[in-house]
Write a protein of this length. Structure first.
Length: 322
C-alpha cells in the first residue's frame, strides 16, 4: 500500500513540471507565466503545492526573481528528463498509430551531414520502411550533448570532440585537404603538411570551430599564428573565397570535390595525422532499443562498404581529383 507522501507525489504532473522548468530557465515567475500563457498566481500556486508535498523549498523568491535551491536543482534535472521521456513516448506511440514501427532521431555534425550521413540514412530508410528517421544538422558539441540528455537517439560527429564517455562505434573517415586557386604557389603539390600553409592567408570557417581549434593548436606548436583573411560560415563560401584568389582553406575532401569543377579549385591532401578524421556513431546506451540498434548497424555497414564512395584514400594531385 502506498504511503501518503507517495500518493501526494502524484501531483508532480507534466504541466506542473513544465511550469517549474520555465521558472528555472527564466529565473522569474512572471516571465515564465507569460511564456507559458498562464497567470502568475497559478504558476506560484503549483510550485507552492510541490514544495509543500516535497517538504522542502524549491525556490527562494526575491523582488527581482527567484533563486533555485539545491533541491530545486535536483527537481529541475529530473523534470527535464521526465518530460523528454514523455515526449519520446508520445512520438513513438503516434508513430505506431500511423503504422510506423518506431522513430529514431539522429543529430549529425555539419561535416557528417554534408558528406555521407544523408546517403547512409537513405540506405536504411529503403530497407526499413516502417521506421521513421529524423535527421538534424547541429554543432558538433551539441550532437554529443543531445545524445547524453536524450534529445537524440544517435549522434554522428568527429571523435576530436569530448564524447563524455558515451558508447561509440567507428563510422566513416574523411581527409582534410587544402584548397587553393590553381595559380597559388602551393597548388601544384601532390601532398603537403598543414604547417607549410600557415605562412599564407587562410579562410576562417567559423562554423567548424573544432577543426579551426585543431589548426590553431598545430600552428602554435610550430611557434606560429594563423593568418585569417576573411571569415565565413560554410565550406561553400570558403571555396568561393579561394576561387577569388583571396586565401587558401582547409576543408574536407568530399566537400571540396563537390565544388572543384565549378570553381576550378586545386585540391591538395594534408599529410598530418589529424587530417585523417575518424567519425563515430554515439548512443546513450550500449544496447539501445531495437529501431536505434538497427540504424546503428546499418550505418556501420555502409561505412565498412564505403557507401557512396566515402572513406577512399586521398588522390595524389588535387587538380586531377574528381
Amino acid at each position: 500500500m502506498m504511503t501518503g507522501r507517495e500518493l501526494a507525489m502524484r501531483s508532480f504532473d507534466p504541466v506542473s513540471l513544465r511550469l517549474f522548468i520555465a521558472v528555472c530557465e527564466e529565473r522569474n515567475i512572471a516571465t515564465a507565466s507569460r511564456r507559458e500563457a498562464i497567470v502568475p498566481s497559478a504558476v506560484s500556486k503549483r510550485i507552492s503545492l510541490m514544495e509543500e508535498e516535497a517538504g522542502v523549498a524549491l525556490l527562494e523568491r526575491g523582488r527581482r526573481g527567484v533563486t533555485i535551491t539545491p533541491a530545486g536543482e535536483t527537481l529541475w534535472r529530473y523534470a527535464r528528463e521526465s518530460l523528454q521521456l514523455l515526449d519520446r513516448m508520445r512520438a513513438e506511440l503516434a508513430a505506431f498509430a500511423e503504422g510506423v514501427q518506431g522513430h529514431v532521431r539522429v543529430f549529425g555534425s555539419k561535416s557528417a551531414v554534408a558528406q555521407f550521413l544523408p546517403q547512409d540514412v537513405g540506405v536504411f530508410a529503403q530497407r526499413y520502411r516502417d521506421v521513421r528517421v529524423s535527421l538534424e544538422e547541429r554543432e558538433i558539441w551539441e550532437v554529443v550533448r543531445a545524445v547524453e540528455d536524450g534529445r537524440a537517439d544517435i549522434g554522428v560527429c568527429w571523435d576530436a570532440v569530448d564524447l563524455r564517455g558515451l558508447p561509440t562505434r567507428p563510422y566513416h573517415r574523411d581527409q582534410l585537404v587544402m584548397v587553393a586557386h590553381p595559380t597559388h604557389p602551393l597548388a601544384g603539390r601532390t601532398c603537403l603538411s598543414f604547417e607549410e600553409t600557415i605562412d599564407y592567408e587562410h579562410v576562417d570557417i567559423a562554423a567548424r570551430s573544432i577543426m579551426q581549434a585543431v589548426q590553431r593548436s598545430a600552428a602554435a606548436t610550430g611557434g606560429k599564428q594563423m593568418r585569417y583573411r576573411i571569415q565565413v560560415s560554410t565550406v561553400d563560401a570558403a571555396c568561393r573565397i579561394v576561387a577569388a584568389k583571396l586565401a587558401v582553406a582547409i576543408v574536407p575532401r568530399e566537400e571540396a570535390q563537390a565544388m572543384q569543377q565549378a570553381l576550378g579549385l586545386s585540391i591538395v591532401p594534408l599529410s598530418n595525422d589529424w587530417a585523417l578524421r575518424q567519425f563515430v556513431i554515439v548512443t546513450r546506451d550500449a544496447s539501445p532499443r531495437p529501431p536505434v540498434q538497427l540504424l546503428v548497424d546499418s550505418l556501420v555497414e555502409c561505412a565498412s562498404h564505403g557507401a557512396a564512395g566515402h572513406g577512399r584514400p586521398a588522390r595524389a594531385n588535387g587538380a586531377a581529383a574528381t
